[in-house]
Design a protein around this ligand. Structure first.
Ligand code: PMP
Length: 290
């Protein structure tokens, strides 16, 4: 059976799921999105993702033409229809088709799209041995230019950094902010273990407030590990004991080298291993999954 895609209340086979070439989502990256995961038929932190989508939309004055409850229900219906239990979900809301000018007022019919598909993960080997990443010279968008808190369809900033990573043979790249501090990776948040504390950049370092990041902070608290959301630099990563990334697709994934320099022992850290296990348990037993 071919997977079906939800667009504005109707389902289309994958190959026929299309939007207009006049859609400002395509013409200008004018729209917002979410990437989420379903485990055992339930969407992990479903409401938190929906809330973030509506916040991203509000930040660009895009009105999502349905209620949060209706959208959440539509996600579950789409998963059901495609008989998916463990899945990746992409929610997209575009500004809709309009004239060729920038003016959002000249668009109509925002497209609400729900794609549910099989999950493409990093290879198992990367979870066992850790990722090697580089620092991209492309900095994260200045928050006063395009806030990284908005999960917009304009991901070129991240794509440029990802290209740098690829050229260096790495599947992720670290992005610094306009102040030279560590911000996040191109599609994941970052944590380091340094002098007994887990550090992760604060939201005002110019990052996306990751839902996996927040879940990992909760897990660390439950394990009585001190967590600090404070600015830090590459120096702190170089001298850290451990490093890992978090994201809906990647979950928790270890990082063992930055710019060719081993972090800690150069192997996967013990706390990272514990958090990976705790996260795997959480995603299948989370009361906030719906
Ligand atoms: N930062 C960026 C830039 C991202 O695109 C993502 C993934 N959507 C994340 C962090 C991780 O966020 P989450 O845990 O909510 O998937």
């Amino acid at each position: 059976m071919s997977l079906e895609v939800y667009i504005n209340g109707k389902y289309y086979p994958k190959a026929d799921a299309k939007v207009s070439v006049y859609d400002h989502g395509l013409l200008y990256g004018d729209g917002v999105f979410e990437g989420m995961r379903a485990y055992g038929g339930k969407v992990f932190r479903h409401r938190a993702h929906i809330d973030r989508l509506y916040e991203s939309a509000a930040a660009i004055q895009l009105n999502i033409p349905m209620s949060k409850d209706a959208l959440q229900q539509a996600v579950n219906d789409t998963l059901h229809r495609n008989q998916l239990v463990d899945a990746y979900i992409r929610l997209v809301v575009t500004r809709g088709a309009g004239s060729l000018g920038l003016d959002p007022a000249k668009t109509s019919d925002p497209q609400v799209i729900i794609i549910t598909d099989h999950i493409e993960l990093y290879p198992k080997e990367k979870y066992e041995n850790g990722l090697e990443i580089i620092t991209a010279s492309t900095i994260r968008n200045h928050p006063a230019a395009l806030s990284p808190r908005i999960k917009s369809l304009n991901y070129l900033n991240n794509i440029l950094a990802r290209l740098e990573g690829k050229l260096a043979g790495c599947s992720e790249a670290l992005m610094l902010n306009h102040r030279g501090e560590v911000a996040e990776c191109t599609g994941d948040n970052i944590f380091i273990l340094r002098t007994g504390r887990l550090l992760t950049p604060p939201i005002d370092a110019g990052i996306l407030e990751g839902i996996t990041r927040n879940a990992v902070i909760e897990l660390a608290h439950r394990m009585s590990i001190e967590v600090a959301e404070i600015p830090f630099t590459r120096h702190d990563v170089f001298v850290a004991q451990e490093c890992f990334l978090t994201g809906s697709a990647a979950e928790v994934i270890p990082v063992v080298k930055l710019d060719g320099r081993p972090i800690g022992t150069g192997g996967v850290g013990e706390l990272t291993k514990k958090l990976m296990i705790a996260f795997h348990q959480l995603v299948r037993n989370d009361p906030q999954a719906t």
